[in-house]
Design a protein around this ligand. Structure first.
Ligand code: ADP
Ligand code: MG
Length: 731
């Protein structure tokens, strides 16, 4: 009998919900307690310092040494009062998805525990040279024989974890290339601010700044810790590499919005309390579609802050899960046959004057402004569909995209019938009949009717990777384990580049004598025509859409390493250069990292799969087979030959099935190992990743299929790995 499996299953059934001590203070009193936010700054910094640092944060003014000294002194005082003994620069290396870097805050930092806080000064706040040579850099630092530097990002609050003050920083090479996610994200946010502000000036000259907003929705699975420990694949790859579907999974849809199980309820409560301490405004929590799948979402905020909060939240989720006897799975596809997890990124733009640029307005100008931004976003998505896909594509997310439960591996945009009607109307009208100038020279379009119509905009399409949802776009293709930055860098950059182009076109028309409104209208109308192929309101999961999308010329590539090529297309390199987000060298280096990460992911999975086959599945199947053989033999001892044969016909059939299965998985595993040896000799990172995708990955399905068949026939008591029904239904 499989002792470990039955032990952990038995124990997990007995577990009760952990008592969660509610904070004694009101939420408002402890909210943001561990974050050095503006409120703390105002308390710990002098008025003068506060004034200057606010300018640095809000207006991007430079940070000088003297100011850094003042801020550091205040920050240190606060941190020491909070009991911090160490400090560290906290940054976001390019290790997205690599399991070993995702465990806790400390692993994101430069040195476990950081440096002793008494030494903390303005110099150390502003810049540090971390000993972080092992973070991936795509050859950037090797080439220049230089070290990485981290430098404070004042726009994201420092925070305390245990006894360590964590200071959000960018991470760059000696020669200035970005080695992280934050640096290009800040550049992309800067460029969209500039480009969008300029376009806003057509409508409202008083706008000084445009913010990019992000509201993420984090999906995750919870698995009992004991069961998790008995699954080497979960332990090492965060997903199950085998496991026959449970007889019941999500067919009845009874988990979605069902009552939250008690143990999970306690967990959710505690992660919320923790989130509040860091000033993360968690708002919704509910069950997701798959059994043991849940979701958590905060209220949206400025994108850079929202990204940091998501990273902090993922750490909190992991830490607290262990306290409750769970493991949280952030992998995009931990279980075959049930839904995977995404991280919908709700994205919008808004001005410092409080106007949501994706919110249909009440006045004709506001509506024209809304349509202008909407159509430019369509244009940006249309021109960069392949890049946007590349920005969310990983070895893990590939299991989800296009798997009939998540957005397809084709980027299209859903607008809903009301907005589509408005665009159709503009497209089909001659400008003369569409633009009616009233006495105050205001433009009137059919567009004026949008606000009323949108009030009941309940139009929802869950199958679209990029959907307009009333006042924002929801980029749904983003994966649950991802750093949202990758998607946010690409999205904000492409829209910024598009807005620059739009402005140039409109200005040229104005220079040639058109009125501003007519110029804008003409360009928009043209864009509406051009971007038609990217608009799709139908079922994104259908096979018909794949055929249709290809006809429309949309990017349909599914091979992860090939999808990454989109980053290196000449037009993409040009686009990133234009908005000042990436240099060509950086793009090349980052792709090397992406390919390498992909290869390593598949390599690790292949090793674990081989190990499970050889050390778990084959021994068990052989033992069961031998038990059956024993039975068949004993039959011949008791009965005559004919009767014995008749009585053991069933056993004999099973023996043959086991035998075939065993030799198939053994042979395929050996073939896979041999293929890996060949693939490992390839030195070009892209080619190696392609080999892993094309040659190694297909073995997984063949092996798994047979293993899962064996699982169905082998004695349940012998099976060592916790089964899907146990992993998915015990909570
Ligand atoms: P859903 O129906 O998609 O689950 P929710 O009401 O849960 O929608 O909202 C999802 C996320 O969208 C939340 O984080 C919310 O704060 C965010 N959100 C709402 N409005 C905006 C906006 N204008 N810009 C960005 N994010 C937004
Ligand atoms: Mg959503």
């Amino acid at each position: 009998m499989s002792t470990l499996r039955f032990k952990v299953v038995g124990e997990s059934f007995k577990k009760k919900a952990m008592a969660v001590t509610k904070p004694t203070e009101l939420t408002s009193e402890y909210y943001g307690k561990f974050a050095f936010n503006r409120e703390k700054m105002a308390k710990y910094l002098s008025k003068e310092t506060m004034k200057v640092i606010t300018n640095v944060i809000d207006k991007g003014m430079p940070l000088d040494r003297e100011l850094a000294n003042h801020v550091a002194a205040g920050m240190k005082m606060w941190a020491m009062e909070m009991g911090a003994t160490h400090y560290t620069h906290w940054f976001q290396p390019l290790t997205e998805g690599t399991a070993e870097k995702h465990d806790s805050f400390i692993e994101y930092t430069t040195a476990p525990g950081g440096s002793v806080i008494e030494e903390f000064s303005g110099k150390l706040l502003a810049q540090q040279e971390p000993d972080a040579s092992s973070f991936p850099n795509g050859g950037l630092r090797n080439t220049f024989e230089a070290r990485g530097y981290s430098a404070w990002d004042p726009s994201s609050p420092a925070f305390i974890v245990d006894d360590t003050l964590c200071i959000p920083t960018v991470f760059i090479s000696y020669t200035g290339e970005a080695l992280d996610y934050k640096t290009p994200l800040l550049k992309a946010l800067n460029s969209i601010n500039k480009a969008a502000t300029d376009v806003c000036h057509y409508f409202d000259p008083s706008v000084k700044k445009v913010f990019s907003f992000l509201g993420w929705e984090q999906e995750y699975f919870l698995v009992d810790e004991g069961l998790y420990s008995a699954r080497p694949d979960l332990l090492l790859t965060d997903r199950t590499l085998m496991g026959h579907e449970s007889a019941k999974n999500q067919q009845l849809e009874d988990h979605y919005f069902g009552a939250i199980p008690e143990r999970v309820q306690a967990y959710m409560q505690e992660i919320e309390f923790e989130a509040y301490k860091y000033g993360i405004p968690c708002k919704t929590r509910h069950n997701e579609v798959a059994p043991n799948q849940f979701e958590l979402a905060p209220i949206y905020s400025e994108t850079n802050l929202a990204v940091d909060q998501n990273l902090i939240m993922m750490s909190i989720m992991k830490r607290i899960a262990r306290k409750h006897g769970f493991r949280v799975l952030l992998h995009e596809k931990p279980f075959a046959g049930v839904n995977g997890s995404g991280k919908h990124c709700n994205w919008s733009l808004g001005t410092d004057t409080g106007v949501g640029l994706l919110t249909p307005g009440k006045t004709p100008e506001e509506n024209l402004q809304f349509i202008t931004f909407l159509v430019n976003i369509m244009m940006a998505v249309y021109k960069n569909d392949a890049l946007l896909k590349a920005s969310v594509m990983t070895a893990q997310n590939a299991h989800r995209l296009g798997a009939n439960e998540a957005p397809p591996a084709i980027i299209s945009a859903f607008l809903g019938s009301q907005i589509s009607n408005v665009l159709d109307k503009i497209e089909n009208s001659t400008s003369e009949e569409a633009i009616v100038m009233d006495s105050k020279k205001k433009m009137k379009l059919g567009v004026t009717h949008i606000p009323e119509v949108l009030l009941d905009n309940t139009d929802r399409n869950r199958t679209s990777p990029f959907a307009f949802t009333g006042n924002r776009f929801e980029f749904r293709a983003v994966g649950s384990s991802a750093n949202c930055s990758a998607a946010m860098i690409a999205l904000n950059a492409v829209v910024a580049a598009q807005l620059l182009e739009f402005k140039a076109e409109v200005d040229a028309k104005i220079a040639s004598g058109l009125t501003k409104d007519k110029a804008i209208f003409d360009v928009i109308k043209e864009y509406i025509k051009i971007t038609k192929p990217i608009r799709f309101d139908g079922n994104g999961y259908s096979e018909a859409w794949k055929v249709e999308a290809k006809k429309r010329g949309l990017d349909c590539e599914t091979s992860v390493p090939v999808v990454y090529d989109a980053y290196l297309k000449p037009s993409t390199i040009e686009m990133f250069k234009k908005v000042g987000v990436f240099t060509e060298k950086e793009l090349q280096a980052r792709n090397e990292v992406k390919w390498d990460t992909y290869t390593k992911k598949i390599q690790i999975e292949a090793r674990v799969l081989g190990d499970l086959v050889m050390n778990h599945i084959i021994p068990v199947a052989t033992r069961y087979q031998s038990m059956l053989l024993d039975n068949v033999y004993k039959m011949t001892q008791v009965y005559d030959k004919a009767k014995a044969e008749k009585l053991s016909a069933h056993d004999t059939a099973l023996i043959e099935k086991l035998s075939e299965g065993i030799s198939l998985i053994k042979n395929k595993t050996e073939e896979m190992i041999a293929a890996r040896k060949i693939a490992n000799k390839i030195t070009n990172e892209r080619e190696k990743a392609v080999a892993y995708h094309d040659i190694i990955l297909p073995f997984f399905d063949v092996i798994r299929k047979t293993v899962d068949e064996l699982e169905l026939i082998v004695d349940d008591e012998m099976w060592t790995l916790p089964k899907y029904r146990e992993l998915l239904f015990i909570r």
